[in-house]
Design a binder for this molecule. Structure first.
Ligand SMILES: *Cc1c(COP(=O)(O)O)cnc(C)c1O
Length: 404
């Protein structure tokens, strides 16, 4: 896979070569000032990222999983609670819920967008939970349900108006897992305006893992919120529960954002809007170029109220194993996000879910495959991916599309 003609699933080298001088200057500044933890680099990045998200506050964290755990705790999720999320996500969503002392409970996804299906959420809360003594108790775990964690998967926001309305009806906290959705937008019909991921729920968590749309040169994460009290609690949680050095109001964690990473992220944040626009352009080209193969491949779906930032470009094919082999033969990298839904992972066997519990997720899981997607992909590279995709799906075309 090292031939220059190969097309990687993700190219993390080119953008850093382009920014090498600016990034190196940040490193030199950090060395010269020994400003390794906290300080102006972290504060500047937090301000810029809050602004980018249209949120009032941003608090940096060590990674996205920490950010999500802090968000849950600060927003009021308590040990013994249950939080509702989706099985089609990265395990960090479930881990953060468990680490906050709660238990994840799942509802199925929408078959077109792969995001939380508000109808399934409503069914779950109305049919599988009951109101006891003013609390909404989950019939499966006996725990009080206190939060909903929609995941803006693949860079597309979940249907937040519908989810927020349900949350209001049941008095639940909404925490956005925005780890794949830096800059994604949603047209709120209720507010009659576009909103950015990270500004819609009570609080939101972002990851800056290197491969994310905004990636650090190492580990990093952040939370955004319009609630000053939640932001303040998270500032304490990430720093051993202290509001003042060595005065610990609560027990916290060591979950701070490195000053070096913050400085590097500030450099890269200036390019994010452009990079996201390039991803959208690539996605629309893929959609157009693959349109004639519509019977054999299902391309991503965007509602008119959504402006996705294509962290991943995920299609469905009939025979995925063969498909990935065909593309690998042509020197093209692909990925699967994710091969095993959370409720079918060994780590969650103790939750007692069964195969068949989430048919939309389970039907999608064996067929989804992520095509190369990175802002620097050239038109020529994309055309080659498209040619290989077409050749592969037309070969295996005969199978019924109904199972896709
Ligand atoms: C990347 C990711 C996370 C976790 O982020 P880390 O920085 O790797 O801890 C959480 N949720 C989703 C959906 C993610 O994609």
């Amino acid at each position: 896979m090292n031939s220059p003609n190969n097309i990687p699933f993700l190219d993390l080298v080119t953008p850093h070569i382009e920014l090498e001088q600016e990034l190196t200057e940040v490193f030199q500044e950090v060395l010269r000032t020994a400003g390794f933890i906290g300080g102006p680099l972290v504060e500047d990045f937090e301000k810029s990222f809050a602004k980018f998200c249209g949120a009032e506050h941003c608090v940096g964290a060590a990674n996205g999983t920490d950010a999500l755990r802090f968000a849950l705790i600060a927003a009021g999720v308590k040990a013994g609670d249950a939080a509702v999320t989706v099985p089609n996500t990265f395990i960090a969503t479930g881990e953060a819920i468990s680490q906050a002392g709660a238990v994840p409970e799942f509802v199925d996804i929408d078959e077109k967008t792969y995001n939380m299906d508000p109808a399934a959420l409503h069914r779950y809360l109305s049919e599988r939970c009951e109101n006891t003594g003013g609390k909404l108790i989950s019939l499966r775990s006996g725990r009080p349900v206190t939060a909903i964690v929609p995941v803006h998967l693949y860079g597309q926001m979940a249907d937040m108006d519908a989810i927020l309305a349900i949350a209001e009806q049941y008095n639940l906290i909404v925490i956005e897992d925005a780890c794949q959705a830096h800059g994604a937008k949603y047209f709120s019909r209720k507010a009659n305006t576009w909103k950015t991921a990270g500004s819609v729920g009570r609080v939101a968590a972002f990851s800056f893992y290197p491969g994310k749309n905004l990636g650090a040169c190492g580990e990093a994460g952040a939370i955004t919120t319009n609630d000053a009290r939640i932001a303040q609690t998270i500032r304490m949680l990430r720093d051993h529960g202290q509001a003042k050095k060595y005065f610990h109001d609560i027990e916290g964690y060591n979950g701070r954002l490195d000053a070096l990473q913050a400085g590097l992220l500030t450099v890269k944040l200036k390019r994010l809007a452009n990079w996201n626009a390039q991803r959208r352009e690539l996605a629309s080209n893929y959609n157009r170029l693959l349109a004639s193969e519509v019977a054999n491949i299902i391309t991503p779906f965007e509602f008119s109220w959504s402006e996705a930032v294509y962290h991943l470009y995920v299609v469905r094919v009939e025979n995925r194993t063969e498909f990935q082999e065909d593309l690998a033969q042509a020197g093209i990298g692909t990925g699967i996000h994710y091969p095993v839904p959370l409720h079918q992972q060994k780590a969650y066997a103790h939750l007692g879910y069964e195969t068949g519990d989430f048919p939309v997720t389970e039907n999608a899981a064996p067929h989804i495959v992520s095509l190369p997607m990175f802002p620097q992909m050239t038109a020529e590279q994309q055309q080659r991916v498209v040619n290989s995709v077409k050749a592969s799906v037309s070969r295996s075309a005969v199978a019924a599309t109904a199972t896709l």
